[in-house]
Write a protein that binds this ligand. Structure first.
Ligand SMILES: O=C(O)[C@H]1NCC[C@@H]1O
Length: 367
């Protein structure tokens, strides 16, 4: 977040520094708290309209963290979205892998020159310190040293593990959403998995959509159902307890998933304030694989394809992520996720002094 020229100058307000502030805290999680408690207006300015939109996603680089200082990471990152700061993000990590390899600005990435390229594979390894832990990226590079957009970036995330399997959630009568009511049901069976963040994994039919994601459902109906379910689940704090970090004790999202073929799934992840993930959700892929392993549906070394909401809406499967369960540890399953990222532009943002809505606004559809 220090001296990031990508988002500077953020403001023309004389009471705000031109450079983005130094985040206080000895650890990345403390810096995350500082960003949330002290500087959340910066997130709002960038994520919300008119500079962003309800589905905008951001990555704030943190040059110094406890793990960059100990030599375990090359750079830190805080992920942000329409409501706050996610502890993990696979799709942003994939995009950052390319950006960080390509930038030569040492004020953005001071340890950039320490990156090592494996000549036999043409891959650069980059260790990103995310709030959930280390995300190890492998970024393909061309002979000229630039990242190679023709090959996927991959990452290996933190150990992932289910915390609840086949949990039956009774839905109180006044909270039952229309599709569940129409299906004559009052309970939903789901799984909860930690994969750098907590996710609830559920099928469309459990939510009251027997025709599945590609059937008669609309995003608005799915939004209603997942919002109601998330509100109920989030109030059950005992379901979201990380083994060591209390900052990670919350439900980030609900993934509505569907198996479409042998080792191929599609799904939609509603996270934060009902933000819809445009990607198949990198950490969601970790979660789904860890669950598949626990259920005995998947074996170590097996690879699955995960299509995204964009594929569902536009009918072009094959642009999603690919996951492989690469290791089983006592703490959980280690998953490798592969995906593509492309540059689309570069922006500078400004808030003028007399702007009546400096922190922007959201025009959302009611859940
Ligand atoms: O790809 C991911 O892991 C993220 N997408 C939205 C929710 C997660 O942060």
């Amino acid at each position: 977040m220090t001296r990031s020229r990508i988002i500077s100058p953020l403001t023309a307000d004389a009471n705000r520094p031109e450079w983005v502030p130094e985040l206080e805290g000895g650890t990345l999680l403390e810096k995350r708290r500082c960003a949330r408690d002290k500087w959340d207006d910066i997130r709002m300015r960038l994520m919300r309209e008119p500079r962003g939109h309800a589905e905008m996603y951001g990555a704030i680089l943190v040059q110094e963290t406890e793990l960059t200082r100990s030599g375990e990471a090359d750079i830190g990152v805080l992920f942000c979205h329409n409501e706050g700061y996610s502890p993990m993000c696979g799709h942003a990590s994939i995009a950052l892998g390319r950006l960080l390899v390509d930038t030569h600005d040492l004020s953005i990435f001071p340890r950039r020159n320490g990156l090592v390229k494996d000549l036999s594979t043409g891959l650069v390894t980059l260790r990103l310190h995310a709030p959930c832990g280390i995300v190890q990226l492998s970024v393909p590079v061309k002979p000229d040293g630039h990242s190679d957009p023709t090959r996927p970036v991959s990452f290996i995330g933190v150990p992932s593990f289910p915390t609840e399997r086949n949990l039956v959630v009774e839905i109180p009568a006044d909270k039952v959403w229309p599709s569940l009511k129409a299906a004559g049901r009052s309970a939903v069976t789901l799984d909860i998995v930690y994969a750098g963040a907590f996710y609830a994994l559920v099928s469309a039919s459990e939510l009251g959509f027997p025709a599945g994601l590609r059937g008669a459902t609309t995003l608005t109906e799915l939004n209603h159902a997942t919002a109601a379910l998330k509100a109920l689940l989030s109030s059950r704090t005992e379901l979201f307890v990380h083994p060591t970090e209390a900052d990670l004790n919350f439900l980030l999202g609900i993934i509505v998933r569907e198996v479409t073929a042998q080792q191929r799934e599609t799904g939609i992840c509603f996270f934060a304030e009902q933000q819809i993930d445009r990607s198949p959700c990198g950490s969601g892929v970790m979660a789904r694989m860890a669950l598949g392993m626990a259920q005995g549906r998947l074996r170590l070394g097996e690879t699955c394809e995960y299509d995204s909401v964009v594929s569902i809406l536009h009918g072009e499967p094959g642009h999603g992520f690919r996951g492989t369960a690469v290791e089983e540890r006592e703490e959980g399953v280690i998953v490798k996720v592969e995906g593509r990222a492309f540059y689309t532009g570069a922006s500078s943002f400004v808030v003028e002094e007399h702007n009546a809505l400096p922190n922007g606004f959201v025009v959302g559809l009611p859940a």
